[in-house]
Design a protein around this ligand. Structure first.
Ligand code: RTP
Ligand code: MG
Length: 141
């Protein structure tokens, strides 16, 4: 498996629940290193741009409203097979379908307020990391 980087966002619901540390512990225990991080209140424009791939979907407006409802914690995770590994840790999009012990099963309330985002493929990971971080902001370690 290749060393990869993926973009992770702890969404406003999980930040409000004060579980950033618990979620970081799961990344670390799975062998994923945090190599860049920032807390941010997204503007509407930033949230719309980030989720542009979903702009024709019926849930787009609700998704954007939710993502700007409070600060988010944005990080780059690095590790062997980081993209798939992070998706496994996250669990299914709808917490009702998420496997026990996953982040969404344990911390998410609904398909909208679902605690975390994770890139879904190598190309989206590259785009999403570049959306929030300059190359100089990502640790080379
Ligand atoms: P994310 O992008 O946030 O990591 O989530 P995901 O890959 O698991 O799901 P995706 O299909 O990319 O959808 C992005 C976010 O939109 C909301 N959503 N709502 N009501 C619905 O049918 C619906 N489907 C998706 C979710 O909050 C999802 O995380
Ligand atoms: Mg997605």
């Amino acid at each position: 498996m290749a060393l990869e980087r993926t973009l992770s966002i702890i969404k406003p619901d999980a930040v409000a629940k004060n579980v950033i540390g618990q979620i970081y512990t799961r990344f670390e225990q799975a062998g994923l290193k945090v190599v860049a991080a920032k807390m941010k209140q997204l503007s509407r424009k930033e949230a719309e741009g980030f989720y542009a791939v979903h702009k024709e979907r019926p849930f787009f407006n609700a998704l954007v409203e939710f993502m700007i409802s409070g600060p988010v914690m944005i990080q780059v995770l690095q590790g062997e097979g980081a993209i798939a590994r992070n998706r496994e840790l996250m669990g299914a999009t709808n917490p009702k379908d998420a496997a026990p012990g996953t982040i969404r099963a344990d911390f998410a309330d609904s398909i909208d307020a679902n605690a975390v985002h994770g890139s879904d493929a190598a190309e989206t990971a590259r785009m999403e990391i570049a959306y929030f971080f300059a190359e100089t902001e990502v640790s080379p370690r």
